[in-house]
Design a protein around this ligand. Structure first.
Ligand code: 5GP
Ligand code: ZN
Length: 117
Protein backbone atom coordinates (compact mmCIF):
# COMPACT_ATOMS: atom_id res chain seq x y z
CA UNK A 1 0.00 0.00 0.00
CA UNK A 2 1.46 3.45 -0.89
CA UNK A 3 2.35 5.67 2.07
CA UNK A 4 0.03 8.57 2.87
CA UNK A 5 1.25 11.73 1.16
CA UNK A 6 1.85 14.40 3.86
CA UNK A 7 1.06 17.09 1.29
CA UNK A 8 -2.21 15.49 0.15
CA UNK A 9 -5.37 17.14 1.50
CA UNK A 10 -7.46 13.97 1.56
CA UNK A 11 -4.64 11.84 3.01
CA UNK A 12 -4.53 14.38 5.85
CA UNK A 13 -8.31 14.20 6.29
CA UNK A 14 -8.17 10.38 6.37
CA UNK A 15 -5.38 10.57 8.98
CA UNK A 16 -7.50 12.92 11.11
CA UNK A 17 -4.92 15.71 10.80
CA UNK A 18 -7.56 17.95 9.22
CA UNK A 19 -11.20 18.05 10.30
CA UNK A 20 -14.06 16.55 8.31
CA UNK A 21 -17.67 15.57 8.90
CA UNK A 22 -17.80 11.79 8.69
CA UNK A 23 -20.61 10.18 6.70
CA UNK A 24 -19.41 6.58 6.94
CA UNK A 25 -16.24 4.59 7.42
CA UNK A 26 -14.93 1.18 6.42
CA UNK A 27 -11.67 -0.73 6.60
CA UNK A 28 -10.24 0.63 3.36
CA UNK A 29 -12.40 3.72 2.77
CA UNK A 30 -13.59 6.89 4.46
CA UNK A 31 -16.59 9.03 3.50
CA UNK A 32 -17.18 12.65 4.49
CA UNK A 33 -19.43 15.52 3.56
CA UNK A 34 -18.16 17.86 0.83
CA UNK A 35 -17.23 21.29 2.21
CA UNK A 36 -18.96 23.01 -0.73
CA UNK A 37 -21.97 20.80 -1.51
CA UNK A 38 -23.40 20.80 -5.01
CA UNK A 39 -26.60 19.01 -3.96
CA UNK A 40 -28.57 18.46 -0.72
CA UNK A 41 -26.46 15.32 -0.23
CA UNK A 42 -22.85 15.58 -1.41
CA UNK A 43 -20.50 13.04 0.12
CA UNK A 44 -16.96 12.12 -0.95
CA UNK A 45 -15.85 8.50 -0.65
CA UNK A 46 -12.07 8.07 -0.67
CA UNK A 47 -9.67 5.15 -0.33
CA UNK A 48 -7.59 5.37 2.84
CA UNK A 49 -4.53 4.62 0.70
CA UNK A 50 -3.31 7.32 -1.65
CA UNK A 51 -4.43 6.77 -5.26
CA UNK A 52 -4.14 9.86 -7.47
CA UNK A 53 -7.28 9.56 -9.58
CA UNK A 54 -9.49 7.15 -11.51
CA UNK A 55 -6.97 7.08 -14.37
CA UNK A 56 -4.38 5.66 -11.96
CA UNK A 57 -6.63 2.75 -10.94
CA UNK A 58 -5.44 -0.72 -11.90
CA UNK A 59 -6.50 -4.31 -11.23
CA UNK A 60 -4.80 -4.13 -7.83
CA UNK A 61 -7.47 -1.61 -6.76
CA UNK A 62 -10.46 -3.84 -7.56
CA UNK A 63 -11.19 -4.58 -3.91
CA UNK A 64 -11.07 -1.01 -2.66
CA UNK A 65 -13.13 0.22 -5.61
CA UNK A 66 -15.87 -2.28 -4.85
CA UNK A 67 -15.76 -1.14 -1.22
CA UNK A 68 -16.19 2.48 -2.39
CA UNK A 69 -19.34 1.50 -4.33
CA UNK A 70 -20.75 -0.40 -1.36
CA UNK A 71 -20.10 2.70 0.76
CA UNK A 72 -21.95 4.85 -1.80
CA UNK A 73 -25.02 2.63 -1.46
CA UNK A 74 -24.82 2.74 2.33
CA UNK A 75 -24.68 6.53 2.21
CA UNK A 76 -27.66 6.60 -0.18
CA UNK A 77 -29.57 4.42 2.32
CA UNK A 78 -28.62 6.50 5.36
CA UNK A 79 -29.29 9.81 3.58
CA UNK A 80 -32.69 8.61 2.32
CA UNK A 81 -31.89 8.92 -1.38
CA UNK A 82 -34.77 6.68 -2.46
CA UNK A 83 -35.18 8.76 -5.64
CA UNK A 84 -31.68 7.86 -6.83
CA UNK A 85 -28.26 9.41 -6.79
CA UNK A 86 -25.31 10.21 -9.01
CA UNK A 87 -21.77 8.86 -8.68
CA UNK A 88 -18.95 10.91 -10.24
CA UNK A 89 -15.19 10.50 -10.64
CA UNK A 90 -13.56 13.63 -12.07
CA UNK A 91 -10.35 13.06 -14.01
CA UNK A 92 -8.10 15.82 -15.32
CA UNK A 93 -8.38 19.52 -15.89
CA UNK A 94 -11.43 19.57 -18.19
CA UNK A 95 -13.49 17.74 -15.54
CA UNK A 96 -12.60 20.33 -12.90
CA UNK A 97 -10.71 17.80 -10.78
CA UNK A 98 -9.05 19.80 -8.02
CA UNK A 99 -7.86 17.32 -5.37
CA UNK A 100 -5.34 14.68 -6.58
CA UNK A 101 -6.56 11.87 -4.29
CA UNK A 102 -9.17 9.51 -5.75
CA UNK A 103 -12.67 10.43 -4.59
CA UNK A 104 -16.14 9.30 -5.56
CA UNK A 105 -18.75 12.04 -5.40
CA UNK A 106 -22.14 10.79 -4.12
CA UNK A 107 -24.75 13.39 -5.07
CA UNK A 108 -28.47 13.29 -4.42
CA UNK A 109 -31.52 14.85 -2.87
CA UNK A 110 -32.68 16.64 -6.02
CA UNK A 111 -33.13 15.80 -9.70
CA UNK A 112 -29.65 15.86 -11.24
CA UNK A 113 -30.42 16.50 -14.90
CA UNK A 114 -28.49 15.03 -17.79
CA UNK A 115 -26.06 15.74 -19.32
CA UNK A 116 -24.28 17.54 -16.47
CA UNK A 117 -23.15 21.11 -17.20
P1 5GP B 1 -12.99 17.43 -7.50
O1 5GP B 1 -13.34 18.74 -8.12
O2 5GP B 1 -11.50 17.26 -7.33
O3 5GP B 1 -13.61 16.25 -8.20
O4 5GP B 1 -13.66 17.41 -6.08
C1 5GP B 1 -13.02 17.88 -4.94
C2 5GP B 1 -14.11 18.17 -3.93
O5 5GP B 1 -13.50 18.31 -2.68
C3 5GP B 1 -14.89 19.46 -4.21
O6 5GP B 1 -16.27 19.17 -4.36
C4 5GP B 1 -14.59 20.32 -2.98
O7 5GP B 1 -15.70 21.08 -2.56
C5 5GP B 1 -14.17 19.30 -1.96
N1 5GP B 1 -13.22 19.78 -0.98
C6 5GP B 1 -12.08 20.50 -1.22
N2 5GP B 1 -11.41 20.73 -0.07
C7 5GP B 1 -12.15 20.14 0.92
C8 5GP B 1 -11.97 20.04 2.33
O8 5GP B 1 -10.99 20.53 2.92
N3 5GP B 1 -12.92 19.37 3.03
C9 5GP B 1 -14.01 18.82 2.41
N4 5GP B 1 -14.91 18.18 3.20
N5 5GP B 1 -14.21 18.89 1.08
C10 5GP B 1 -13.29 19.54 0.34
ZN1 ZN C 1 -3.76 11.29 -0.74
Amino acid sequence: MPSPDPDCLFCRIVAGELPSTEAASSERTYAFHDINPGAPTHVLVVPREHVTDAAAVGPEHAGVLAEMLVMARKIADSEGLEGGYRLVFNVGEDSGNSVPHLHLHVLGGRPMGWPPG
